[in-house]
Design a protein around this ligand. Structure first.
Ligand code: HEM
Length: 375
């Protein structure tokens, strides 16, 4: 649980081995003053640099400001270790409307996502001018980080929606074992991993040639797509094993491609069974999402399980908070989700209830606030 480096070419929290807990928040800017927004980002950077080390949000800590001042840190993470905390920020498409004179800095790839078949998006779980993704191995540490940044943004931003996640549903490094999602399947087997620099350059980091003009500041950054995907847990739990495995195209226990024996055996989409039918069905999730079906595109998945109580009619409000990072959502998430929305056998068991897109700027150097290149 050692601290994760804050500074670098890219923001932490993208290829960082996925931690176990998430607190994600989307915010709207309520101030009309661009300078005030830039000052808040400076305060956020200073606080984040401290918090990822396990320190309080400001040097005054809990009591250093004296009895008549509001404490500079809310206190609930005092004494807890760094817990692998990372804080990653992003800018939504709506930040680039006329309000702050940023329209001429809007990256071409930052276009609001289109509607997809089957979407049941709720406005209070979608969109946002800014986002903060806090990941840590202790939920208290992640929640503390978000809470203190929101406090430092008082009068400048207001919370639009937020999501807690309690178990990673992806591995982003070959050093990690593959976790499971709430359908009980291994998730993240065939993800883009930190140890694949060429794949990261091709699929995750924005390259200099991608954004010649307005969005040149995004070089070294990445686009974050968030989708709150509700799972029909009760329906799934009455579905037999054969159907469950056919939905994904992988085995439930080992996570092997159907017809193989081990998790990392090659996924051969051409293999057929004795009846001449493909072993991995034409509607299987892993077939439709596979790069060979999508002109070679891949994404880095970094989602979390969630359970937000019950829905009031006897069901768990549970699912997968899907987060993915990519170089250009128009060329990656959009065609991939279109293909899944059209045919994926999984659609019978899930529904997308929230959606957002953010441009996560590149990393910072010491003394340089988040988003310096933009403001
Ligand atoms: C693979 C589950 C939504 C993209 C997988 C695998 C599972 C899974 C179990 C196989 C293991 C692996 O390779 O990671 C789910 C569940 C979802 C969901 C339960 C919703 C609740 C999505 C969405 C997308 C997506 C929305 C993108 C639009 C992928 C990709 C792969 C994958 C790219 C790897 C395919 C390959 O190359 O083999 N998913 N997934 N998934 N999923 Fe999903």
């Amino acid at each position: 649980d050692a601290p994760v480096a804050f500074h670098g070419e890219h923001q932490a929290g993208i290829v960082t081995p996925a931690q176990d807990r998430l607190h994600f928040v989307a915010l709207d800017v309520i101030s009309k003053d661009r300078a005030e927004l830039a000052r808040m980002l400076e305060r956020w950077t200073n606080a984040a640099e401290r918090m990822i080390l396990g320190a309080e949000a400001a040097p005054g800590g809990l009591v250093g400001g004296g009895p008549h001042k509001v404490p500079q840190d809310t206190g609930e993470a005092y004494g807890l270790p760094a817990s692998g905390l990372t804080i990653t920020i992003g800018f939504g498409p709506s930040l680039f409307d006329d309000r702050f004179g940023l329209a001429n800095r809007k990256p071409v790839a930052l276009q609001k996502l289109p509607a997809f078949r089957g979407d049941r998006l709720e406005a209070h779980r979608s969109g946002g001018d800014l986002c903060i993704q806090a990941c840590a191995n202790d939920p208290q540490v992640a929640v503390h980080a978000v809470r203190n940044l929101v406090r430092l943004g008082f009068g400048v931003v207001s919370v639009r929606w937020s999501q807690l996640g309690f178990g990673r549903t992806s591995s982003t490094s070959t050093s990690q074992t593959t976790p499971r999602n709430l359908f009980g399947f291994k998730d993240g087997t065939s993800n883009v991993k930190a140890e694949e620099p060429d794949a990261l350059a091709e699929h995750v980091w924005v390259q200099p040639q991608d954004e010649a003009g307005a969005g040149a500041w995004m070089t070294g950054g990445s686009y974050l797509v968030a989708r709150r995907i509700r799972m029909q847990i009760e329906v799934w739990d009455r579905t037999n094993l054969l159907e469950q495995e056919q939905v994904f195209g992988r085995g439930k226990q080992e996570g092997e491609p159907l017809g193989e024996t081990k998790e990392f055996d090659r996924l051969d989409l051409d293999r057929t069974g004795p009846d001449g039918k493909p072993l991995i069905p034409t509607t299987a999730h892993v077939r439709l999402a596979h790069e060979s079906q999508l002109g070679g595109i891949r994404i880095l998945r970094r989602g979390y399980n969630f359970t937000d109580g019950t829905d009031g009619v006897g069901h768990l409000d549970a699912g997968l908070f899907f987060i993915a990072f990519m170089r250009d959502p128009r060329r990656q998430f959009v065609p991939m989700q279109r293909a899944l929305a059209a045919k994926d056998a999984l659609n019978e068991y899930i529904v997308h209830t929230g959606s957002a897109l953010f441009a996560c700027p590149p990393g910072t150097e010491p003394g340089q606030p988040w988003g310096r290149a933009l403001f």
